[in-house]
Design a binder for this molecule. Sequence first.
Ligand code: PMV
Length: 343
Amino acid sequence: MVLQVKSDYIHMQPSTLASATAQAPSNIAFVKYWGKTDHDLTLPQNPSISMSLDSLYTTTTVTFSDSYTQDEVWIAAPNEPSQQVTGTKATRVIQQLDRIRQLNSESRRAKVESVNNFPSGVGIASSASAFAALTLATTTALNMTLTPTELSRLTRLGGSGSATRSIFGGYVEWLTGDDQSSVAQQLFPESYWQLSDVIAIISTAEKKVSSLEGHELAETSPFYQTRLTDLPRRLKVVRHALEQRDITLLGAELEPEALSLHTVAMTCVPPVFYPMTETFWLLDELRAWSKEGVEVYGTMDAGPNVHCICQKSDAEKIKEKLNQLPYVQQVLVAHAGGGARIV
Ligand code: PMV
């Protein structure tokens, strides 16, 4: 007798599911990484120091199932429907899944569902929070127990260097080194000093040159070596300023540091222009406000928007002042916050 198996019975067979959800913060670098010693392993030319941001984060659920025939990546912005992404964005996520699957001899395909709590397309990079959340959710779904240090190394391999720092909360340094030693470490927890990042959105346009390309071009600038030569001094001052909770000392390094990165970018071959005219107008404005007594210091990532760093007690005042500038489209406020966690 031939046993007939009904096809809908087959579909009802329980598949082996493994799932986890993680949340990771975005961060703003006080001393930035720009340029790599190894592009495949994402090893940075210089150490960098950042602050993790409490109100800008990505929440990612990774689900492995026998029933999936291929990996899928879905991304949503707040109050917007989730969209399936393809192309380079999806490839980078799937490569990170592959890397982790390989460590665990895992063959199941996965569905990745990622939500940013900050509006998409406002010119704030979400790759730091996204890759940190992805790595934590994937390793947890597969029951891997990693220390935060191991997790930061694995996150680094995903290709978004700044994500390495987003594993930790508070004030974080990402070290140079080889594949094993180039990891992030917490310098001070967020409770040690409450600083704020009041972000002035000047442009919401997608950048024309990705930071991935920017890192590759860095060495073509005649000013790159000058930047690297000065960085050990700057790192020392920033570490000391954090330790002393000295906003004046810290602030004095922030704008020059951002301008040093952008000088390198603008003098690469071909040149890369991230700031806009309004970026420089705003930096002028911030210098004037500091002189008037509200200490606030500007810095930029690979984009035109200005991150205004100030004491938490001044954040609302700075937000009001920024909202009065005609070229500022939107203001977001974030404070020093915790690191990546399972939710
Ligand atoms: O995180 P990546 O690899 O996309 O590079 C971004 C680098 C900067 O944001 C410009 C600086 C930094 O250290 O965050």
